[in-house]
Design a protein around this ligand. Structure first.
Ligand SMILES: [Zn+2]
Length: 285
């Protein structure tokens, strides 16, 4: 088989699970685009769209199909809902979520895949709250030695919501080293109101993709149908809160930091405590 992926970690993780009898060739997206021979039993092609960049896999797929119209391609992404439509429409291509790959190879080719390696468990302890509005009681900043990072606007953003969110997401991406830091993140909460339109959902799905985890979308009831659509097409949890989200996000922050305020029943929150205190579901090979 030919494995095309720019993420060396993913390649190593896959190789560690494959039986040694399987002949594996590996190529970066760039290398693969210069190949002319794709005569393999199967090509495993990754979407490689990290850090909000365009999908590299889509381009590589065009080269593969030009050189070889028939070779079977399993196309992987940690967020299949964000894979370009053109990929889905290409003949002989199956799009799957990356972490399901070992099981699919086992079923399809009868390969006896090895068990996943025990990871040296770093226990992730950083939670991130992202909103274009503000968070009750918690201005933008880092709390409790990095246990909580709040990235927020100032007051209600209203029509500036999209711009505020775009700026904030840009800041996060500038300050974060995904490969190194992603294991540290325990949970992410993104507010999705009305003024942000598709932007918060895209931010949530994008962060989920890059961190390989299920992100919590904390949303008001406006445009609820759109938000349900997002939940169905991407791997996010969806919780309904008040318009603006300030109060609910403030309570989420309280729970993260173990702060109790009088008159608040923390056991009855729109975002249940288990989703705040337990670590998010993660996807890995
Ligand atoms: Zn609303």
């Amino acid at each position: 088989m030919l494995v095309i992926n720019d993420d060396a970690e993913d390649i190593l993780a896959l190789q560690a699970r494959l039986p040694s009898s399987v002949n594996v060739m590996v190529a970066s997206q760039f290398q693969a685009r210069n190949l002319t021979n794709f005569n393999y039993d199967v090509v495993l092609l990754d979407n490689d769209a990290n850090n909000r960049k365009d999908s590299k896999g889509k381009e590589t797929l065009e080269v593969i199909r030009r050189e070889n119209p028939n070779v079977g391609v399993i196309y992987t992404s940690f967020q299949p809902g964000h894979v370009p439509v053109k990929v889905y429409k290409t003949q002989g291509v199956e799009v799957i979520r990356t972490d399901t790959l070992p099981q699919i190879l086992q079923n399809r080719f009868g390969l006896q895949m090895k068990a996943a390696e025990e990871r040296k468990e770093i226990s992730p302890d950083v939670s991130l709250i992202l909103t274009y509005n503000d968070v009750d009681g918690y201005p933008t900043g880092v709390y409790s030695q990095g246990k909580l990072i709040v990235v927020s606007g100032v007051g209600r953003a209203y029509t500036a919501a999209k711009q505020v969110l775009a700026d904030k997401v840009g800041e996060i991406y500038q300050n974060f080293e995904w490969r190194r830091d992603r294991d540290l993140i325990k949970n992410i909460f993104v507010y999705d109101g009305q003024n942000g339109e598709d932007y918060p959902g895209q931010a949530a799905a994008g962060l989920g993709h890059d961190l390989r985890m299920r992100v919590n979308l904390v949303a008001c009831s406006c445009d609820w149908g759109r938000k349900i659509g997002l939940k169905n097409s991407t791997y996010v949890n969806l919780f309904q809160v008040e318009c603006g989200g300030q109060r609910s996000l403030g309570r989420v922050a309280d729970v993260i930091l173990g702060v109790k305020r009088p008159g608040i029943n923390y056991s009855q929150m729109n975002v249940p405590q288990e989703f705040i205190l337990n670590q998010a579901e993660r996807y890995r090979i």
